[in-house]
Design a protein around this ligand. Structure first.
Ligand SMILES: [Zn+2]
Length: 213
C-alpha cells in the first residue's frame, strides 16, 4: 500500500561515494553521485512502512514519509565530521533542486571544506606529519583545487637493514652502503650481480631459460 505520490528527492552535489545506507524498512540504498559533467545527482526516496514488534506475534505498521526518510539520510551522511559538517547532501523542496538550493548547498560545502583545510594547515604547522592529516581534509583541499604540502601521500622512509641509514621506499640498492635491498630489481638494472656472475653461471642461466621456454 505504498503511496505512489510520496516521493522525496535527495540531492547530492558531492563526488564522494558512500557505502549503501541500511534501514530495516527499505533494506539497502545507494546514494547517487553526479556523473561526469553533471553538478548533482538525485536519489528518489519513497515513503515506507515501518513495523513495530508488539510481541505475541503482533506487529503494528506505521507510515514513514519519504521526506522523513530523506531528511534522516541527509542528516546521517552530513553529520559526523565536526562543526558545520556538510558533505553535499540535502533534500530538495520539489522534484528537482532549484538554483538557489544548489547554490546554498555549494556554499555550505565549500565553507566546510575550507574549514577542514584550515584545520589541516594548523596541524601541519604544528607537527609537519602527514599522518595527522585526515582523508577528509585531503579531499577537501583537492576539491578546492588547493596545493598543500600535506596533500602528498605519506611515504614513510625505511631504514637500510645493513647500515641503518634512511632509504627511499622501493629502491634496489642502499645509496649509503651499497647493500642490495631488492635482488630482483637490482639484477634488472645490472646492479650488484654482474661482478658475481661467472661463465658457468651464465651457461646455467641460459639452460634454465631455455627450459622455461
Ligand atoms: Zn645501507
Amino acid at each position: 500500500m505504498k503511496s505512489q505520490n510520496d516521493v522525496a528527492s535527495l540531492v547530492n552535489i558531492s563526488t564522494q561515494k558512500w557505502p549503501p545506507r541500511q534501514r530495516t524498512y527499505f533494506g539497502s540504498l545507494e546514494i547517487a553521485t553526479p556523473r561526469e559533467g553533471e553538478t548533482y545527482a538525485i536519489t528518489q526516496i519513497h515513503g515506507c512502512k515501518g513495523v513495530i514488534d508488539l510481541g505475541d506475534k503482533r506487529n503494528m505498521d506505521y507510515a514513514i514519509s519519504a521526506r522523513e526518510i530523506a531528511e534522516d539520510l541527509a542528516r546521517e551522511i552530513n553529520g559526523d565530521s565536526g562543526e558545520g559538517s556538510f558533505h553535499g547532501v540535502f533534500v530538495a523542496e520539489g522534484a528537482v533542486p532549484t538554483p538557489v538550493e544548489l547554490r546554498t548547498a555549494r556554499e555550505k560545502l565549500e565553507t566546510f571544506q575550507r574549514r577542514l583545510v584550515e584545520i589541516a594547515d594548523l596541524e601541519w604547522e604544528r607537527s609537519h606529519n602527514p599522518m595527522f592529516i585526515t582523508d577528509l581534509e585531503r579531499r577537501a583541499a583537492r576539491e578546492l583545487k588547493l596545493d598543500k604540502p600535506w596533500l602528498y601521500d605519506p611515504k614513510p622512509h625505511a631504514e637500510c637493514p645493513a647500515c641503518g641509514e634512511k632509504i627511499k621506499p622501493g629502491v634496489a640498492v642502499c645509496r649509503t652502503c651499497g647493500a642490495i635491498l631488492d635482488r630482483e630489481k637490482a639484477a634488472k638494472f645490472g646492479l650488484g650481480v654482474v661482478e658475481q656472475r661467472t661463465a658457468s653461471d651464465d651457461a646455467q642461466q641460459q639452460k634454465t631459460g631455455s627450459r622455461k621456454n
